[in-house]
Design a protein. Structure first.
Length: 217
């Protein structure tokens, strides 16, 4: 849903704000326009929908396990927020490939299907606009992963790490991602690590290309 909204309004922005071909994806919609207001409301609706889905997933899992959650952590990424900057100016902060890391803000930074994820608390670093990475990040694009990896190699890799995969595609293979430990080492100034978790069952969209790696996003 979120991707469909973004793709639609990206096309609208490119038609309203023509830029040179190499910069066309930097086109924007002003919030003072009807299209800008539509995009803002649609994006926030998608965020609310994702949050509601997560709450239902967690409720069902808790019920199935017969356990009560001790704590809940949820945060968006690839999203935009209205925030007040250090100089007092209100701005729209776009976090593409990033997640909020304001002072005391709890978050989740996952690695890949086979790598640990980290529960973190933001340090409010102003030089990063109070942000941290939302994951390990790719070392292969989705297209490169599909071209260079085989289903057999990925299945063996998952089996060697004791991972049960439901759905998924080559574009989300663990080998397509950077080393999460190196990524976390580079952002010690941005977040404090409170704990980590290791995936065992990975549920993804059957066709691949989905974002939810193990209930952490």
């Amino acid at each position: 849903m979120g991707a469909a909204i973004a793709q639609h309004y990206t096309k609208v922005a490119m038609s309203k704000c023509p830029l040179p071909p190499e910069a066309r994806y930097l086109a924007w919609l002003d919030l003072d326009t009807q299209e800008g207001q539509e995009y803002w409301r649609a994006m926030n609706l998608a965020g609310d929908y994702a949050s509601a889905c997560h709450r239902d997933i967690h409720r069902r899992l808790s019920q199935a396990l017969g356990e009560k959650p001790l704590a809940k952590v949820e945060n968006h990424h690839n999203f935009a927020w209205k925030e007040t900057l250090l100089n007092g100016r209100e701005a729209i902060v776009h976090r593409k490939g990033a997640t909020p890391a304001g002072q005391g803000v709890l978050g989740i930074i996952p690695g890949s299907m086979t790598a640990p994820g980290f529960i973190v608390r933001g340090r409010g670093e102003q030089d990063s606009i109070q942000s941290a990475s939302h994951g390990a990040g790719r070392k292969m694009s989705r297209t490169q992963a599909k071209q260079n990896l085989s289903e057999g190699d990925v299945r063996r890799h998952l089996r060697d790490h004791g991972i049960e995969l439901i759905g998924g595609g080559l574009d989300e293979a663990p080998m397509a991602y950077k080393d999460i430990h190196q990524v976390m080492a580079h952002q010690r100034d941005l977040v404090d690590v409170l704990g980590s978790f290791t995936p065992r069952i990975v549920r993804m969209d059957a066709g691949g290309g989905g974002k939810s790696k193990y209930g952490g996003e």
